[in-house]
Design a protein around this ligand. Structure first.
Ligand SMILES: [Zn+2]
Length: 397
């Protein structure tokens, strides 16, 4: 697996930082020829679906699908583990099963999902959306800066726009999906524990607040007669931080108008988000933020408009899949934590088709989406072993 991780990392964009291999780049397209041939070498029958997913299959004796995989694209300046670990471990699992002569009951499918990371078309999880049947004509018609559509880009990456809708799988056909991924945070490393069973994947509630006050001269307008839009926004930013207790909340963007040092701000716009695996918590935070922002505006005679921008519901992993993971990991004599994922994954899309689960391994220093992204060989081995044992436990049911 270490050799595979090293080999895949060599497919990188020549003029970019780190281990960059963005979806639709020539490096990415070439790397997936390598992925497909690795799948073939491991005994998998390999197909490229209409949406550009690389799918390998190992036959089973009865019906039902067990599916595992992840993605091999990276963010700009990204690392060697976010995504590739889950694909290469899945191929290793297939290789171990083939070499042992073990007869699977379920068909095992290994998937390298096309383009999981956000791209210039503004659509993440392109491949897993297509398999889950949630890639819409609107997504496919979206254009990048050069005017190219997402459908055209998919064709350039080995897909077939006329067959994209054929990539969707039938809901209920999948017995389980399991994804191995790096944690991308510090919790496992800090606790010295090699594995986590993921309890759920956080939903995201994004809101925008626009504060409209009154621009005025910064030297001649007395403090008690101002309608300072930025001061109202600043209170709302701190409200996000206060409300985030029990989950996470971030104000990632704030714009101030007219944005001059000698003018009392007349207008401020902020974009904030809350993440949690608890739907009710997200609802409460959404309302709590709207109230806090309105109060902050009212105190200053500033008009406040809060609007919902987007909402992704949390995904809970399957209790049955988590139980199989627990048996598998205990059988290996390894320790684990139960963690929620604050980052999105292909697993979110696959949850539409059937029961899902995720296993995390530690990220050195909690670092991810950077060139230093690192997971030690002992953790790579623990993660791949846990994935294999989980697949076998699920197959035996
Ligand atoms: Zn990832």
């Amino acid at each position: 697996m270490q050799a595979d991780l090293d080999a895949l990392a060599e497919f990188r964009e020549p003029d970019a930082e780190g281990w960059t291999r963005r979806v639709f780049s020539p490096a990415y397209t070439r790397s997936r020829e390598w992925v497909a041939s690795s799948m073939g070498d491991a005994g998998l029958a390999v197909k490229r679906d209409g949406a550009g997913n690389v799918v390998g299959a190992l036959p089973g004796s009865s019906s039902g699908l067990l599916v595992t995989g992840s993605h091999t694209d990276t963010v700009a300046g990204g690392g060697r583990f976010d995504g590739p670990l889950g694909v290469l471990a899945a191929i290793e699992v297939a290789r171990c099963i083939r070499d042992s002569g073990y007869a699977l009951q379920h068909e095992l499918r290994v998937v390298d999902f096309l383009g999981e990371e956000p791209n210039e078309f503004g659509v993440s999880c392109v491949g897993s959306r297509s398999i889950a049947g949630t890639l819409t004509p609107t997504h496919l018609a979206s254009r990048d800066a050069s005017g190219r559509t997402l459908a055209e880009a998919i064709a350039s990456a080995g897909g077939d726009p006329d067959r994209i809708s054929d990539a969707a799988w039938t809901p209920g056909s999948m017995s389980a999906f399991v994804e191995l991924h790096i944690e991308q945070g510090p919790v496992l490393e800090d606790s010295g524990i090699p594995l986590a069973i993921v309890s759920g994947i956080a939903g995201i509630d994004r809101v925008q607040a626009i504060f409209s006050g009154e621009a005025a001269h910064a030297g001649t307008t007395p403090m008690d007669s101002r309608h300072d839009a930025l001061c109202a926004a600043a209170e709302a930013v701190l409200a996000v931080e206060r409300l985030a207790s029990g989950g996470v909340g971030t104000t990632g963007r704030l714009e101030v108008f007219p944005g001059a040092a000698n003018v009392v701000p007349g207008k401020a716009e902020m974009w904030a988000e809350f993440r949690s695996i608890d739907r009710a918590w997200l609802d409460e935070r959404h309302e709590g933020f709207a109230r806090a922002a309105a109060e902050a505006g009212a105190r200053r005679g500033v008009v406040t408009k809060v609007s919902a921008m987007s909402r992704t519901e949390p995904v809970t992993t399957s209790a049955e899949v988590r139980a199989a993971m627990k048996i598998a990991i205990e059988g290996l004599g390894l320790q684990f934590l139960v963690l929620a994922s604050g980052a999105g994954h292909d697993t979110v899309q696959m949850a539409r088709l059937g029961p899902v689960g995720m296993i995390f391994v530690p990220s050195a220093g909690g670092r991810s989406h950077c060139a230093d992204e690192w997971t030690g060989p002992e953790y790579v081995e623990a993660g791949a072993s846990a994935l294999l044992a989980t697949i076998l436990a699920l197959d035996a049911r």
